[in-house]
Design a protein around this ligand. Structure first.
Ligand code: SF4
Length: 65
């Protein structure tokens, strides 16, 4: 499972990378980027990514297989 960000939806609200910097980062344009490009291979990472998706005010984060 991996986290993905829809750049068309993201408006750089920063919640994802402030809350979960092991998975998300701040891109050069201020928008969120994925820094954890490998599989989310622990329950903790999956829970954190799901929490980030829930916290994103733009609904820009999804988890994909
Ligand atoms: S929380 Fe959502 S809107 Fe904010 S930077 Fe992350 S993906 Fe973008």
């Amino acid at each position: 499972m991996k986290a993905v960000i829809d750049p068309a939806r993201c408006q750089g609200k920063a919640r994802c990378f402030n809350l979960y910097p092991s998975i998300f980062g701040k891109g050069p344009d201020g928008k969120g980027i994925i820094v954890r490009t490998e599989d989310l291979d622990t329950d903790e990472l999956i829970v954190d990514a799901q929490s980030a998706a829930n916290a994103c005010p733009r609904g820009a984060i999804t988890l994909v297989e």
